[in-house]
Ligand binder design. Structure first.
Ligand SMILES: Nc1ncnc2c1ncn2[C@@H]1O[C@H](COP(=O)(O)OP(=O)(O)O)[C@@H](O)[C@H]1O
Ligand SMILES: [Mg+2]
Length: 264
């Protein structure tokens, strides 16, 4: 729980699959927690991701299912009395640095899909109602979105005041990133900032800036310590503390916290 007086941030992390959304969002959430933010990490990606980057074990069950009830065969709703605050208090998983993780749920097997379908509607409602609650307005929200621009509109990110779009130097990643940024700016009317990831050399950096047509706010190098942390199933901020990549994300957390990004 935060004791330092910081202004909350509501940030969604978007981009193509594999670009580094979970790595960036989990590390950013932990770094903001260390800066005094009361962070709620919202993982709406049904692929495993934020548990690892936050440094906690993947839960066996979809905790959010405690907050929903079925009304018809394919229709679910939030249980009476469940708003965003109660859902976070009852269904989130504690992570280091005071971060709490609210997870949509993971679709890892066919029989596991049902709970996820129930949790999607709940997640949308919670995300959409965060702004109504005085308690929730004091939290900093960091969202890990499913790949692609569609999910910025699908209700997963209705809380967002700005999107970080993670992009690696490949044409497919750039294509997806530009769509995410455009969608955020034109449809949500919110700022979007590119975070370049997995840069291997100066040439890749120049090429990426040229393809994007604008300067990213952060350049994260391809980092062997981050890759090793992933192989060990550990959080980069723990297992690769002090690495170049984690250092860049920590600086980005400070810039966000001090509101030094354009439009924030
Ligand atoms: N800067 C980096 N250096 C090395 N490996 C990275 C870096 N960023 C991400 N990775 C690795 O790339 C893979 C995809 O990253 P992840 O964060 O899971 O992407 P996404 O959530 O966008 O699908 C993971 O194996 C991760 O460890
Ligand atoms: Mg991910």
């Amino acid at each position: 729980m935060s004791t330092v007086d910081v202004e909350p941030l509501w940030i969604a992390v978007a981009g193509k699959g594999g670009a580094g959304k979970s790595t960036v969002s989990g590390t950013l959430a932990r770094a903001l927690g260390r800066l005094g933010h009361d962070v709620v990490a919202m993982d709406s990606d049904t692929m495993p991701g934020m548990c690892r980057s936050l440094g906690i074990a993947e839960p066996e069950v979809t905790r959010l299912m405690e907050a929903v009830e079925r009304v018809e065969e394919r229709k679910w709703r939030l249980k009476p009395g469940y708003g965003p605050v109660r859902a976070v208090q009852r269904c989130s998983i504690p992570a280091p640095d005071g971060v709490r993780l609210l997870q949509l749920g993971k679709a890892d097997a066919a029989e596991n899909l049902k709970p996820v379908i129930g949790a999607v509607g709940a997640f949308h409602k919670i995300a959409g109602r965060l702004g109504d609650s005085r308690t929730a307005r004091r939290w900093t929200i960091v969202g890990d979105l499913p790949a692609g621009p569609r999910h910025l509109s699908a209700g997963f990110a209705s809380y967002t005041r700005g999107a970080l779009v993670v992009v690696e130097p490949t044409s497919q990643s750039v294509l997806a990133a530009r769509r995410c940024a455009r969608f955020t700016r034109e449809h949500l009317g919110r700022p979007a900032w590119y975070v370049a990831n997995k840069l291997r050399d100066e040439e890749a950096r120049r090429r990426l800036a040229r393809m994007l047509g604008e300067e990213p706010v952060a350049w994260i190098p391809y980092d062997l310590e981050v890759a090793a942390a992933e192989r060990a199933g550990l959080a980069p901020i723990d297992a690769a503390a002090g690495s170049a990549a984690v250092g860049v994300i920590e600086s980005l957390a400070a810039e966000l916290s001090e509101r030094r990004l354009d439009g924030l």
